[in-house]
Design a protein around this ligand. Structure first.
Ligand code: PGA
Length: 352
């Protein structure tokens, strides 16, 4: 009796046009291929399990079954890391083709239904999480039938997702790789500012030379963060070796640490728009800051851009002036904070 085919057990045909062996079709599943693709791309069973919302034992069990079906191990352990065997690499290359074709098919079918229903997968930098939900909110009000998923992560992981074709569209800095498979469209500015607590003595000074930061405690983002790379490169170019007090994996945690007096940090102005209107944070007027950078809207040409993603792209570009306005407002607010701190210092009685 034939095995019933469900979404999970749907078997894979091996380009035999119905004439050759259908061994793999009967013994492997699309889900297993999807798992293998994620493990090779992310270099870890655990991260693949997280990405696909599965438990690690489920992932191991499925890969074991896939290896048994293929008749050879697909991964080898080298110390604490794993890498695909030659067979694993071959299967991975085939998986990318199969999953890419299915994903393009999904897009074509969704396009046939127009903008009434469908899915938009967006991947954004941690700095863009301060504006992306707002743009998505406005977009979803206009196109209520569209499901949206938003992945927020740092530059390194966004690049991985871009190369893995995980999402339709990305908001990120300029990808360094020049590659005609990657389309980048300049988007809103993403200035990097130096931030301290309002109580910090440098908060009431102007034109601070970079060298004046040599004695300060720096709070840095985690490795893999674009902000971290940009600030370290800027310091290196100015001959400053920052004294790193701590590393934190979140812009919000860094803001708390600054308010707690643990140090100073470079952050994106986008992450500070709420605090600009009278919080506990001040921008330092340091030479070379703000570091002027831009976000880009980025997508991989290897994957067709869906009608929904194309529509969102235009929508985001039309939204850009509002983002700029918000930044300008934050800059003005922070300039006022500095003026009033300077005025307070001047009027404070000089103690002897
Ligand atoms: P990230 O963001 O530090 O989260 O990678 C980078 C950026 O805004 O350039």
């Amino acid at each position: 009796m034939p095995t019933p085919v469900t979404a999970d057990t749907l078997e894979v045909r091996t380009s035999t046009g119905g004439h050759g062996s259908d061994y793999l079709i009967r013994h492997t599943t699309l889900r297993q291929l999807q798992l293998l693709e994620a493990i090779v791309r992310l270099g870890s069973f655990t991260r693949a399990a997280e990405e696909l919302f599965l438990t690690q034992p489920t992932v191991s069990m499925q890969i074991k079954k896939l290896s048994e079906a293929i008749g050879t191990p697909l991964f080898r352990h080298i110390g604490r890391t794993i890498e695909p065997t030659d067979a694993g690499r071959e299967v991975h290359a085939a998986c990318r083709d199969i999953l890419g074709t299915l994903s393009n098919l999904e897009i074509k079918l969704a396009d046939l239904k127009g903008l009434k229903r469908g899915r938009l997968r967006l991947g954004v930098l941690t700095t863009a999480k301060y504006v992306a939900p707002e743009i998505l909110g406005a977009f979803c009000r206009e196109y209520p039938g569209i499901d949206v998923s938003l992945k927020v992560t740092n530059r390194e992981h966004i690049l991985e997702r871009l190369l893995g074709h995980d999402d339709d569209l990305y908001v990120m800095g300029q990808p360094r790789e020049t590659n005609d498979q990657i389309q980048t469209i300049p988007f809103a500015p993403n200035p990097l500012v130096m931030v301290a607590s309002v109580d910090h003595p440098l908060a009431a000074q102007r034109a601070i030379p970079l060298s004046a930061l040599a004695e300060e405690n720096f709070i840095l983002r985690e490795s893999g963060s674009g902000i971290r790379d940009a600030v370290l490169a800027h310091c290196a170019a100015g001959g400053l070796v920052p004294r790193v007090r701590m590393q934190l994996g979140s812009n919000e945690a860094i803001k708390r640490a600054i308010v707690g007096g643990l140090g100073i940090a470079a952050l994106s102005l986008h992450s500070l728009t709420l605090e600009s209107a009278g919080g506990r944070l001040a921008l330092l007027d340091v030479e070379g800051f703000p570091i002027v950078r831009r976000w880009h809207l980025v997508y991989s040409r290897a994957r067709e851009l869906s009608l929904i993603a194309r529509t969102f792209l235009d929508f985001a570009i039309a939204y850009e002036p509002e983002i700029r306005e918000r930044l300008a407002e934050a800059e003005t607010n922070f300039a006022r904070v500095r003026d009033s701190l300077i005025a307070q210092t001047r009027s404070a009685p000089v103690s002897d």
